[in-house]
Write a protein that binds this ligand. Structure first.
Ligand code: KIV
Ligand code: ZN
Length: 398
C-alpha cells in the first residue's frame, strides 16, 4: 500500500445521523451510500447496529447494495453489540467492525463506572471477539484527547495485541488543538513500534466544538495518520464532525504541504452535499467552505474587479473543481462598476461609459435599500434607450 495514501472513512450515516434533525430512513441512507460510493470514499460507517432495528436494517441493506467501499458497523465493547454488528455486515464483500470504549478517567469513573484494569480487559476481550467475525477491526479509545497519555498508550497496545488493525483516536468533545493532536499521534506511534512494524493504520476523528475539527484532522495526518473520519457538510453530534469536503479540498489545494493521495473525486463534492441537503432537508450555512452558497460568490467591487481580471486573484480553486457550476458575482452595495457592466452585458445590453456612470448611481441607491438585487431590478434601472438596444442575453435572468 502507498504510504502516502489517506483513507476516507465517512461517518455521515452514523455520527452525522446523530445530529439533531438528521436522522434518515433506510431508503435515505441507501441513497446517501450510493452518493458516497460515487464520491470515492473508502469506508462507509453505515450505522450502530445495536441502536435500533432501523439502524440494523439500514446497515444490512447497504452491505448488499454497495460493493466498492468497505462497510463499517459500530459497536460498544460488549459481546451483544459486537455480535449484532457482525450480523449486520455478514453479507458485505468487505466488512469492518468498529469497537469503542472510553479511555478517559472521566468517562471510566462517571459514565462506565469501571476501573482502568477492567477497561483494558474489556478492550482485549471485545477486540478478540470482533476479530472472530471479521479480519478488519477498528478500535477507538473514546475521549482519547482527554485521557491520561500513559493509559491511552496502554489501551492502544492492548487493542493491537488483541487484533485491531486500525486505531482511531477520537477528539470526542472537540477539545484538542492542532499542535496537541499532532503531538499525540507522534507520541503514540513512537511508543508503540508495532504500529509501523505491523502496518496498523492510525485514524483521526474530530468534533468541531471549537471550530478546529478540520485543522486537527490535518495536523494528525501530518503526524502520520492515514485514515480520516469525517462527514458530508460536517454534520454530526453538537457542532458536528470534521467536514469531508474541506479535508479533501485542503489535500488537493495544499498538496505542497500534505503530499498525500486519496480516491475522492473532487468534482462530486458539491453534488454529494446537495444529495445530503435534500435528504435531511437543510443545507449547510451560506458561508460554509467549499459547499456553502457563498463559497464562490463575490460582492465587493475590489474583489469582483480582480475576479474579472483573473479569478486566481480571489479564488484558490475553481468552482468546477468541486462540482459547483460557476462563480457568482453578487450585485450589492459593495459592488463596483466593472461587475455592474459585466452583468448588464451578460443580460444582452450594450452600455456606454456615461450610461454606466448614471446607472451605477441609481444602482448604489437601490442597493442601499434592498438586500438582494435581481436581474429584473437591474433592467428596471436602465434608461429606455439602452433597453431598446438589447441583443440576445448571454445567460438566463435570475
Ligand atoms: O466521537 C467519538 O468518540 C465517536 C466514537 C464512537 C468513535 O464517535
Ligand atoms: Zn464522534
Amino acid at each position: 500500500m502507498n504510504p502516502n495514501h489517506v483513507v476516507f472513512f465517512d461517518t455521515t450515516l452514523r455520527d452525522g445521523e446523530q445530529s439533531p434533525g438528521c436522522s434518515m430512513t433506510t431508503q435515505e441512507k441507501l441513497t446517501m451510500a450510493h452518493a458516497l460510493e460515487d464520491l470515492g470514499v473508502d469506508i462507509i460507517e453505515a450505522g450502530f447496529a445495536m441502536a435500533s432495528e432501523g439502524d440494523f436494517a439500514a446497515i444490512a441493506t447497504i452491505t448488499q447494495a454497495i460493493r466498492k467501499p468497505r462497510i463499517a458497523s459500530l459497536a460498544r465493547a460488549k459481546a451483544e453489540d459486537i455480535e449484532m454488528a457482525a450480523r449486520s455486515v455478514q453479507f458485505a464483500d468487505r466488512a469492518r467492525i468498529h469497537v469503542f470504549l472510553a479511555s478517559s478517567d472521566l468517562h471510566l469513573e462517571y459514565k462506565l463506572k469501571i476501573s482502568r484494569q477492567e477497561a483494558l480487559d474489556r478492550t482485549a476481550e471485545s477486540v478478540r471477539l470482533a476479530r472472530s467475525f471479521v479480519d478488519d477491526i477498528e478500535f477507538s479509545p473514546e475521549d482519547a484527547t482527554r485521557s491520561d497519555r500513559d493509559f491511552l498508550v496502554e489501551m492502544v497496545r492492548v487493542a493491537i495485541e488483541a487484533g485491531a488493525t486500525t486505531i482511531n483516536m477520537p477528539d470526542t468533545v472537540g477539545y484538542t488543538t492542532p499542535e496537541e493532536y499532532g503531538q499525540m499521534f507522534r507520541e503514540v506511534r513512537e511508543r508503540i513500534p508495532a504500529i509501523d512494524a505491523q502496518g496498523i493504520i492510525l485514524s483521526t476523528h474530530c468534533h468541531d466544538d471549537l471550530g478546529l475539527a478540520v485543522a486537527n484532522s490535518l495536523a494528525a495526518v501530518s503526524a502520520g495518520a492515514r485514515q480520516v473520519e469525517c462527514t458530508i457538510n460536517g454534520i454530526g453530534e453538537r457542532a458536528g464532525n470534521a467536514a469531508l469536503e474541506e479535508i479533501a479540498s485542503a489535500f488537493y489545494v495544499r498538496a505542497d504541504r500534505y503530499g498525500v493521495s486519496t480516491d475522492i473525486q473532487l468534482e462530486k463534492l458539491y453534488p454529494t452535499s446537495e444529495v445530503l441537503g435534500q435528504i435531511i432537508t437543510f443545507k449547510p450555512s451560506p458561508n460554509k467552505a467549499i459547499v456553502g452558497a457563498n463559497a464562490f460568490a463575490h460582492e465587493s467591487g475590489i474583489h469582483q474587479h480582480g475576479m474579472l481580471a483573473n479569478p486566481l486573484c480571489y479564488e484558490i480553486m475553481t468552482p468546477a473543481l468541486v462540482g459547483v457550476s460557476k462563480t457568482h458575482l453578487v450585485l450589492g452595495k459593495h459592488s463596483g462598476r466593472a461587475a455592474l457592466r459585466h452583468r448588464i452585458e451578460q443580460l444582452g445590453y450594450t452600455i456606454s461609459r456615461e450610461e454606466l456612470q448614471q446607472t451605477y448611481y441609481r444602482f448604489v441607491a437601490l442597493a442601499d435599500r434592498k438586500k438582494n438585487i435581481y436581474d429584473q431590478d437591474l433592467i428596471g434601472l436602465l434608461p429606455e434607450t439602452i433597453r431598446e438596444r438589447r441583443s440576445e442575453p448571454v445567460s438566463e435572468l435570475d
